[in-house]
Design a protein around this ligand. Structure first.
Ligand code: PMP
Length: 394
């Protein structure tokens, strides 16, 4: 029987991220002190020079349509960024600008997935990966990792989940939600497996590239395995590195044939992101990068606070993050011992109700028993929240 709404939306689950965000906000409005360790958004302002470029763009009349794939000056900045930071050379017809990294992923999935295709996604993952795959009538297939293995996808596990139906593999490093960076060696080993599947596309979601303190040069699957260049789409954007989530600018690089299809698709949906945002993004990419280093230093310092705080609580297992502004502590032993709490969803509610601490249930990221802890908030709030956790469970 026909239902009122299309199955592609009917089957989508409302993310528990939005549920916890809304509940935390509602409690705050009631006047309670709430520690927002649930944020997926930098707590910094967009750097002044970038804002000024946006303001100038308004004055200069950037109020009209731009080319679908982005303003030429922004595409040039993207090409320059890929060469400078990633050692990757793209032509003008091999890059495009999108409404956030999310739309680049959406365009790619809509352009390459057939109904029934499989999309391989390492666990834990950003929840939009399986959701977008499902919108395209594809099936997410999860590549399991564990906290003991450092959440690192192994080549053996990848080989095991690849099938004739695999059409796309999505890699994300540093990872939301674990904060782990996939090592050069691991990428090379994964690349060897992927080379055996010439019809499979790869997405590397590099949105947290700059938010790292592992001390290494950034490395993605194309760096590890240049032979994969023409079937890999490198996805990135300005949201996280430049605290520009609301400007909605992402971009990607890939072979001209796939980028052409993604352009056609975007031309029939959003067309392009705001002209003013594009000018600001070009200023971010071309400008002084000290603002990024300053924010990274703050995230690293806050991560240290988290690490120090979690170390005082025996019942929480924890893997130090190497980047992002997240980590993914394992709360299973806390769940076992708390009465009336049977899973990470209930624990997230319990922590909000009893301690005023907002964190996202790990099951939203394929990591049941864990909670995603975001440190995109003040040092003071992080310290107080960890003290409360210590008093409750230490
Ligand atoms: N990829 C990952 C892993 C993310 O965490 C996010 C934002 N939460 C995005 C992509 C989307 O970024 P944007 O705001 O540029 O769409």
């Amino acid at each position: 029987m026909a239902t009122k709404f299309a199955r592609r939306v009917g089957d989508l689950e409302a993310s528990s991220i939005f549920r916890i965000n809304a509940k935390a906000q509602a409690l705050k409005t009631e006047g309670r002190r709430i520690f927002r360790l649930d944020a997926g958004d930098p707590d910094f302002e967009t750097p002044g020079a970038v804002k000024a470029a946006g303001q100038r763009a308004i004055e200069q009349g950037y109020s009209h349509y731009t080319p679908i794939g982005g303003l030429p000056e922004l595409k040039d900045a993207v090409i320059g960024k890929f060469e400078r930071d990633n050692g990757l050379r793209y032509r003008e017809d091999e890059v495009m600008v999108t409404c956030g990294a999310k739309q680049a992923l959406f365009n790619l999935c809509m352009s390459v997935l057939h109904p029934g295709d499989e999309v391989v996604i390492p666990q834990p993952y950003w929840g939009s990966y399986p959701a977008i795959a499902k919108i395209c009538w594809a099936t997410p297939v999860y590549l399991e990792t564990s906290i003991e293995q450092g959440f690192m996808p192994s080549p053996e596990a990848l080989a095991e989940v690849m099938s004739e139906r695999t059409r796309l593999v999505i890699l994300n490093s540093p990872s939301n939600p674990s904060g782990q960076v996939i090592s050069k060696q691991a990428l090379e080993a994964l690349g060897k497996v992927l080379e055996r599947y010439p019809d499979v596309f790869i997405a590397t979601d590099d949105i947290y590239e700059h938010l790292r303190w592992d001390g290494n040069q950034y490395y993605n699957i194309v760096n590890a395995c240049p032979a994969l260049r023409d079937r890999t789409v490198v996805i990135n954007g300005v949201s996280k590195a430049y605290a520009m989530t609301g400007w909605r600018v992402g971009f990607c690089g890939g072979a001209a044939d796939v980028v052409y299809q993604m352009n056609k698709l975007q031309g029939q949906s959003t067309a392009h992101t705001a002209a003013v945002s594009q000018v600001a993004a070009a200023a971010a990419l071309n400008g002084d990068q000290q603002c990024v280093r300053d924010m990274v230093n703050a995230y690293q310092r806050r991560h240290q606070l988290v690490q120090t705080g979690l170390a005082t609580i025996d019942a929480i297992d924890y893997l130090p993050a190497q980047g992002t502004f997240y980590c993914l502590p394992d709360f299973s032993r806390i769940i076992d011992r708390l009465e009336g709490v049977d899973d990470d969803q209930q624990l997230a509610d319990w922590l909000l109700d009893h301690l005023g601490i907002a964190m996202i249930p790990g099951s939203a990221f394929g990591a049941p028993g864990h909670l995603r802890l975001s440190y995109a908030t003040s040092d003071e709030d992080i310290e107080e929240a960890l003290e409360r956790l210590n008093r409750a469970f230490g």
